[in-house]
Each structure stands twice: as C-alpha cells, then as structure tokens.
Design a protein around this ligand. Structure first.
Ligand SMILES: NC(=O)c1ccc[n+]([C@@H]2O[C@H](COP(=O)([O-])OP(=O)(O)OC[C@H]3O[C@@H](n4cnc5c(N)ncnc54)[C@H](O)[C@@H]3O)[C@@H](O)[C@H]2O)c1
Length: 332
C-alpha cells in the first residue's frame, strides 16, 4: 500500500501521540513539521528519522506553500485555531484537529461551513468515542431507561501557560472536560438546556507556581437532555497530591447501574449480577487508523467525531461557561 503523506501543525505533546500512532502504523510518510518553536519541529523529524531539509516550518502558511500533504494533524493551543483550518480547507486537505476546535462559536461555525462546502474529510480528537468501554456503555443503554447521570473530571492544577488562562484555553471545562461532555452527548443525545455554577479561590496562581492562572477551580453543570436524561458533570483542577477520586461517569438506569472509570474500566450491575470490563486497545491509535483509512478509501462511516460533532460539544461547553458568568440557564 502506498504511504500516506502526513504533515503536523503543532509539534508538542498531543501531536507527539498522533506521530507515535502513525509510526506504529508504518504506512505514513512525513512531509512537513510546523511549530512556532523550531526545535520542536526538529525533534519530530529526529524522532521519525526524517531528513529535515525542506520539511521544517515555523509558519503553517509556509508548510502549505511548500509541501503536498494528503493529511494534516493539528494540535495547537486552543486560541490558535481559526486561521490555520481555512488555509488547509482551501487546499482541499483532510485534517484531524484536536479539541477544543475553537474558543468561540463564530470561528467554529465559519470553519464548519467551509468544510461542508468543500467536502473535506475531518476528524477531531474525541478519542473516548473509540474506546471499547464507551461502545459497551452505548450498546448496553440502548434499550434501557436512563434517568440520572453523573460525570467528573477531577484533576490537578494545570501547568501549561496557555491551559491555565481562560482566554487561551477556555478553562478546564472547555479544554479538558469537553471529553466527558462529548461522551455525554454521544451516549444521551443533544442537550435541551444547561445550568452551571463555577468558582475560583482555591488555587492561588503565584503560590502554586502557575502565574497568570485565571481559570475556574471547579464547576458543576446540570444538563437536561432532549431524551429526558439529567446529567450532572463536575469539573475540577485544584487537586493536589494523590487523589483517591476516580474521574469518569456513573449512569443510573431503572434496573442497572454503570460505573465507568475514565479510560480504565467499566462495571455494570444489574439483575444478572456484576460485569466488569477493562479498557481494550488504546483508543487514540484506533481513532487515527480509522481516520487515515477513511482518507484512503473515502469511506468516512467509522469516523465517530467529525468537525460538526466537535462543534456541538464546543457549544455545550461554551454554554456552561456562559452560565457560570451570567448565572443563567442556557437553552439550545
Ligand atoms: N484528545 C486528547 O485527548 C488530547 C490530549 C492532550 C491534548 N489535547 C489537545 O491538543 C492541543 C495541544 O495540546 P498539547 O498538549 O499538544 O500542547 P503543547 O503545548 O504540548 O503543544 C502545542 C504546540 O503548538 C505549538 N504552537 C503554538 N501555536 C502554534 C501555531 N500557530 N502554529 C504551529 N504551532 C504552534 C507550540 O509551540 C507547541 O509546541 C490542545 O487543544 C489540547 O486540548 C488533546
């Protein structure tokens, strides 16, 4: 099989994972690495034993002007989305972009419209949709009556400079816990309305070595879904040391409960007894393979979160932030 020509915009942590998955697949040729920090782009070339000559770029425009990728992976800080994607779409190149896809709806909707007009194949980084555990949950609840759901991402104080600021990350709810919000949409459908309370005051940025920190320390969102499900989702980034609380999701059916431990395990308790499942094959690798296969074959049916799906999850998370700021319930 001919190798697929790939380029990477943003050569930090997350694209490093996509790169690793591409390396594991083996049928990928590397035609360009772009990062505003040259050294990071060089590191990717080194990792893949690629001759850096003509393949290292400090600006996505130069990458697009001087290379011919068949696919691009984008993993940049959230506030950097908006200009990169239209330039890629203009050239008709399929791309996988990391979540959150933007920090405001006009940007996301503008890009979505361009994607639809050009018929570009896209994927977004909602890796959890590809997990065996998520699929088991989805199949199990198909014919069940679900009432309440709780979800939580209980984590530590963010280190990255852009992560710890609202204007560059959207806060933990948008930047990180969007995974659980997206999973809720994937399992329970579209939301009707959301009300969210959030607060700051536990994390002192200077004291904890994260100057400029201005994101919410914690929040709790109550979402009513069109299906009738009511979900409460906790988001917290103030934990210190070892925490005994496991992030994940609990689903309360009429005759069963599902206890999902984030990217770890699932326990289903019902009249048949207790069924325990461990996470199977790592999900980002599955996601990336499905995406590259879709580009090769044109069959996009296995892509579980294209750009339009990510737009809807972004809308839900931005509505939570709006609710925190205004104290109002936000209707969709
Ligand atoms: N799907 C997931 O599970 C998952 C996991 C981790 C991170 N992410 C997402 O990936 C994104 C990036 O996170 P990360 O951990 O890789 O961050 P990072 O800081 O490690 O890497 C981002 C890289 O982008 C570079 N960059 C910044 N602006 C750029 C621009 N305009 N053009 C080219 N390069 C630019 C930076 O120099 C940096 O090297 C975030 O949106 C994050 O939420 C997703």
């Amino acid at each position: 099989m001919a190798k697929i020509k790939a380029a990477f915009i943003g050569c930090g942590g997350r694209n490093g994972v996509h790169l690793q998955k591409c390396e594991a697949m083996g049928d990928v040729e590397y035609v360009g690495f772009c990062d505003i920090e040259e050294k990071k782009a060089y590191n990717y070339a080194e990792r893949t034993k690629t001759d850096p000559e003509g393949k290292i770029f400090l600006n996505y425009k130069d990458l697009l002007a001087n290379t011919n990728p068949e696919v691009i992976f984008i993993a940049v800080p959230p506030h950097q989305h908006g200009e990169i994607e239209p330039a890629i779409i203009e050239k008709g190149i399929p791309f996988l972009t990391e979540k959150p896809i933007a920090l405001d709806m006009p940007t996301a909707l503008r890009i979505e419209k361009m994607i639809k007009e050009k018929g570009i194949i896209t994927a977004t980084g909602f890796q959890d949709r590809y997990q065996n555990l998520t699929q088991i949950m989805k199949d199990y609840i198909k014919d069940k009556k679900v009432g309440l759901v709780t979800g939580a991402w209980y984590g530590g104080i963010p280190g990255a400079w852009w992560w710890r600021r609202m204007e560059t990350s959207g806060g933990q709810l948008v930047e990180q816990n969007i995974h659980i919000f997206d999973q809720a949409r994937y399992l329970f459908g579209e939301p009707l309305y959301v009300s969210c309370a959030g607060a700051r005051g536990i994390v002192d940025g200077d004291k904890y070595g994260v100057p400029g920190y201005n994101v919410h320390d914690y929040s709790s969102a109550v979402i009513k879904f069109q299906s009738g499900v009511v979900a409460t989702i906790f988001t917290a980034c103030y934990a210190q040391g070892k925490s005994s609380m496991q992030s994940g999701m609990n689903i309360y059916c009429q005759d069963a409960t599902l206890e999902y431990k984030l990217r770890n395990s699932l326990t289903i308790r019902d009249p048949q007894g207790e069924q325990y499942y461990e996470r199977g094959e790592e999900q980002t690798g599955i996601m990336d393979k499905i995406f590259l296969d879709a580009i090769r074959t044109g069959d996009t049916s296995k892509i579980l979160a294209d750009y339009s799906e990510a737009v809807k999850s972004l809308r839900l998370c931005l509505a939570c932030n709006e609710s925190i700021e205004t104290g109002k319930t936000i209707f969709f």
